[in-house]
Design a protein around this ligand. Structure first.
Ligand code: NAG
Ligand code: NAG
Ligand code: NAG
Ligand code: NAG
Ligand code: NAG
Ligand code: NAG
Length: 275
């Protein structure tokens, strides 16, 4: 009697733990092995062995046996971002940051229809932002490409999308940023500092959702639009551009100190000296 209760208890424990644990999907495992191989099988993938379920491997997180998150931060991996990442079809978060990956921002990322969060900042990526990013999934809300060596115009096709966070700072990107703004957009955090953006800011319209706008160190001209004073801004920095004219008075505009506005062509009015 005691033994049968013991066996039943064991069975219950086993079945409940099996139900919770979904084995890693075979296609995902195959894609991960391809990723490891194309990065030259570096030491950091030591746990990526077929003796271990791939949901237990370092740098990945699964949900129901599918790889949903892939994060490499601060490891010295080199080479291009592997194509096999596009085969992780359930990926919703991809972070590769502060590594030595080089080559282009891969256009195949637009195939990842579940991707919500993309962070490729602080790498050694070159070339321009691919036109295919205009076909990124509507699910892609957060895009960080900051501190790489990206050049060229930001593709106009990105303007058809609705992002929550965009961080393109610290590249050599050019073009007009008005495609990301406008009343119907949903952008909240916009970081475009330290690039070569050159456009007239005067007539730009901003959505009510915007709370963080960093445009410092570009070649932006025109004036600071009065529409900005109608927003609830937590952060604003338009310093080191070619702006002119009076800073709009009111709203949150004077909440920021002069370093948010200094080093422009002829901006004036509080918190800068009077016009
Ligand atoms: C970036 O790539 C260049 C050229 O391939 C290389 O010289 C440089 O060391 C790389 N940067 C880093 C941080 O490794
Ligand atoms: C970074 O990548 C470049 C190009 O692949 C390579 O020449 C360089 O040796 C790498 N640097 C390090 C520190 O791995
Ligand atoms: C923005 O929304 C308004 C209505 O709220 C609409 O009339 C207008 O066409 C929209 N503009 C764009 C660019 O989607
Ligand atoms: C962005 O999202 C808002 C709110 O959901 C919507 O009204 C607007 O039309 C969208 N704009 C674009 C360009 O998709
Ligand atoms: C920027 O646009 C405003 C409004 O359309 C215009 O008055 C101004 O002359 C433009 N500034 C420059 C430098 O082109
Ligand atoms: C704005 O950016 C400039 C340039 O990077 C910096 O010196 C200044 O401290 C920034 N101001 C604020 C309020 O962050």
């Amino acid at each position: 009697m005691k033994t049968s209760i013991f066996i039943i208890t064991i069975l219950i424990i086993l079945t409940t733990s099996l139900a919770k644990h979904h084995a890693c999907n075979k296609n995902d495992e195959k894609a991960l092995f391809q990723i490891k191989k194309s990065l030259g099988d570096p030491d950091i993938f030591g746990s990526w062995q077929n003796t271990l379920d791939c949901c237990e491997w370092d740098y990945v997180i699964c949900s129901n046996g599918r790889v949903t998150q892939f994060t490499i931060a601060g490891n010295m991996i080199s080479g291009q971002i592997p194509f096999a990442i596009s085969k992780l079809t359930h990926l919703n978060m991809l972070i590769i940051t502060r590594t030595n990956v080089s080559g282009p921002v891969p256009s195949f990322l637009s195939k990842l229809t579940n991707l919500n969060y993309l962070d490729l900042s602080y790498n050694n990526l070159t070339g321009s932002i691919p036109e295919s990013f205009g076909r990124l999934s509507r699910n892609t809300q957060h895009i960080h490409l900051s501190y790489n060596r990206l050049t060229g115009n930001v593709p106009k096709s990105l303007g058809y999308l609705n992002f929550t966070t965009i961080d393109f700072s610290g590249n050599q990107l050019t073009g007009d940023l008005s495609i990301f703004f406008g009343r119907n957009k949903t952008i909240e955090i916009a970081r475009f500092s330290e690039n070569n953006f050159e456009f007239n800011l005067s007539d730009m319209e901003f959505p009510e959702t915007l709370s963080y706008l960093d445009l410092n160190h570009n070649k932006i001209y025109g004036s600071v639009p009065a529409t900005l004073a109608r927003l609830y801004l937590a952060y604003l920095n338009v310093s080191y551009n070619r702006l002119c004219g009076k800073i709009p008075q009111g709203g949150d505009m004077q909440k920021f100190d002069k370093t948010s506005y200094f080093h422009n062509k002829c901006l004036c009015g509080l918190p800068l000296p009077a016009c």
